[in-house]
Design a binder for this molecule. Sequence first.
Ligand code: BEZ
Length: 211
Amino acid sequence: MSIQIGGIAPDFTQESTEGTIKFHEWIGDKWAILFSHPKDFTPVCTTELGAAARMKGDFEKRNCKIVAVSVDDVKSHQGWIGDIEDTQHVKMNFPILGDADRKVSGLYGMIHPQANDTLTVRSVFFIDPKKKVRAMITYPASTGRNFPEILRVLDSLQLTDSHQVATPVNWKDGDDCVIVPSLSDADAKPKFPKGWKALRPYLRMTPQPNK
Ligand code: BEZ
């Protein structure tokens, strides 16, 4: 059964560089980002993990935990962390799951056999405090991810959960939003005291409501 937006993120227990993780329990009442790496001691992953460690505070500000997974064991990860810290000039500050048995990679469909039989693709799963999968991003092993984009998606998910807006093309935190089409003008009026500009009846631009 493939993972879909709106479904419950598969739970698992797996060893990590910070001890055993029971995934749902570890998430607790926070958001979580689970992201995969094709293999230890690979160049692109090394840069991604360094970037993620530098941005951990940005995720924390958004009440979000981060956890990586790579298909090697924890002992191998521990050796790799030394390289990540040396080359990326950062202290690793979040767990990397060991996944030599492919438990997590299998549950989350991270191995795409037509791309590679054994390495994972670069997946990102956005999981909310109710453990629902809210978004997914998938890149091939050869393309490093854009971590500011991951934060941007998280901002959009959190904003659209709390206000009846959606975020338009290239939106970033602070930009104008669109009022959801299901909300009538009459119902929108009290919710959007700053007003809106109706470019079409279905396309109503409004300042970001929580700013
Ligand atoms: C990397 O992480 O650098 C990588 C992994 C597999 C294939 C290509 C690049």
